[in-house]
Design a protein. Sequence first.
Length: 111
Amino acid sequence: MASPQRRPERWLSLGRLLPRNVRERVFEPAFYDLLRARLVGGPDPAAGATRFGAAVLGTWLRCLPIALPALVVRRRRLTRLGKWAVATATVAAIVVLILVTQTEYGPGYTP
């Protein structure tokens, strides 16, 4: 298996988790800028690989706020992920409401 020091482009596959337009317009250009900076500078390849991985992961995380609306809504309709999120939130709210109504509150500590 190739190490991340020799294969930095493996980090590019992280972009597949993002919607296509976010991946092509934001993540890939930023990734190639980071890759160029890594290849041009730095005499220490081991430290450079660690910083490169952290920078790519940070860039991917910064793309999430842009990508989340596209992952939940597409063409003014909820995607499967959006429907799943709404259903999960509804079930969680119902469970919390049931637990709140079934819990007895006392005036103080009673064992």
